[in-house]
Design a protein. Structure first.
Length: 420
């Protein structure tokens, strides 16, 4: 509302009094609905960190003797989703605070090729979740299709393969992890060594290289028992169908340990084989079972390969071997809600929480990301030194990561609420 100054004495006061009536008129004409402020930076932050996205299983495709590829689409574009009533509902289902949460109106968020997502859902009395590396390229996910590969191993993966039909709704946690190429940290040639479903982050990287969203060379050395255990078709990445794959620097070597076949190497991923693919500009990325890490690490050591150029994707912390299984009482605080449950000394606290159906915050499940950071109010516990990534302050003030902590007595803990 403009106020024009007058040169006539006393006129300013008259004009100012007229403004009151004008202001009232404007207020009366303005709708009572709150103003909507949406800044570009908030939109970007929401797109990059959307919290949880509700997704639907679109299809399941067997891809090897023990792996199944699962395609997800955002729930908004899925159809016939099965929630409560089918015995399955998304974590947080029924919680209004979680309803309607989605990235950019139901899109999958952007990620770096090699990152993982956490899938979660309620199955019967339990709340299940697990991290899975993404097979899709970032471009494919932005187009509305996100694929993961699931190996028949563990409760949740077996549940996904055998009991979650197409149409099942799941919560997808935002992409996480630093197992991606970083041109400041990593060399321009990645020697990717994988076994089992550990090939998944490299499939995403190879697609991203082919599409031009990543710019490095990649040699994949994949170890499998037989041809039937290879969960991907190398021709998709290096053959005619791959178009520019080869000239963009993608190379694939498959090593079969229990079968001899034309076009495949036979034996194990030994130092002799590895040195054929190592040049002056090579970093090594490993993803697979722990036994493979130990074997390949020894082989790389024998070559004198610089260990600062080796990176490996960490596996989830599982059950531990104990001489006697003991059950303890676990008291859990989530803000002002208190739960009481039993926890066994051979399973992590996060496993006990999930078994009891408590939706606990979790991402990496290996103690490294700090997302499940929780306070111990009382009680004794055990954390394997190789899985203990807590800061000094965490240790001093008794904070733990429940995904890598086992109870050693009755415990009382304070965990974060799942709603972001
Ligand atoms: S989920 Fe990453 S530290 Fe626990």
């Amino acid at each position: 509302m403009a106020f024009k100054r007058s040169n006539v004495p006393g006129e300013d006061i008259k004009l100012a009094m007229g403004m009151t009536a004008e202001r009232r008129r404007l207020i009366d004409e303005t709708p009572a609905a709150p103003l909507v402020y949406e800044y570009g930076v908030n939109r970007l932050a929401k797109a990059l960190h959307p919290g949880f996205v509700k997704a639907v299983i679109a299809e399941k495709t067997p891809c090897s003797a023990d792996c199944v590829k699962i395609g997800l689409v955002p729930a908004a574009s899925g159809s016939g989703a099965k929630t409560a009533g089918g015995g399955i509902e998304p974590a947080g289902g029924g919680d209004p605070a979680r309803e309607g949460e989605s990235a950019c109106g139901g899109e999958f968020p952007y990620f770096r090729a090699g990152q993982f997502i956490t899938l979660s859902c309620r199955a019967g009395e339990s709340f299940l979740s697990r991290p899975y590396s993404i097979i899709s390229s970032p471009k494919e996910a932005l187009a509305g299709s996100l694929e993961i590969m699931v190996q028949r191993k563990g409760i949740f993966s077996t549940f996904l393969i055998d009991e979650a039909p197409a149409g099942t709704e799941l919560w997808v946690g935002e992409p996480s992890g630093d197992f991606h190429h970083d041109s400041i940290r990593d060399r321009n040639h990645i020697l990717a060594i994988a076994g089992g479903s550990g090939v998944t982050p490299f499939l995403s990287m190879m697609k991203a290289i082919r599409e031009g969203s990543e710019d490095f060379r990649l040699t994949l050395v994949y170890g499998a028992r037989t041809k039937a255990h290879i969960p991907f078709d190398p021709e998709d990445f290096i053959g005619e169908a791959a178009g520019k794959g080869a000239e963009k620097g993608v190379n694939i070597v498959v090593v079969l340990s229990e079968e001899e076949a034309e076009g495949f190497r036979h034996g194990f991923i030994t130092a002799d084989l590895l040195k054929e693919y190592i040049d002056d500009d090579t970093s090594v990325f490993m993803c697979g079972p722990d036994a493979m890490y130990r074997f390949v690490q020894d082989e790389l050591n024998s070559l004198g390969f610089d260990s600062s150029k080796i990176r490996q994707e960490r596996n989830s912390v599982g059950d531990r071997k104990v001489s006697e299984i003991k059950l303890y009482k676990l008291t859990v605080h989530i803000r002002d809600v208190v739960y009481e449950l039993e926890a066994s000394n051979n399973e992590t606290l996060i496993t006990a929480l999930e078994r009891a159906g408590i939706p606990a915050v979790v991402r990496c499940r290996n103690g490294s990301c700090g997302f499940c950071h929780s306070r111990v109010v009382d009680g004794e516990y055990f954390i394997d030194s190789k899985d203990d990534f807590r800061r000094a302050a965490d240790k001093k003030f008794n904070y733990i990561h429940p995904c890598s902590t086992y109870p050693e007595s009755d415990m009382e803990i304070d965990i974060p609420i799942m709603n972001p």
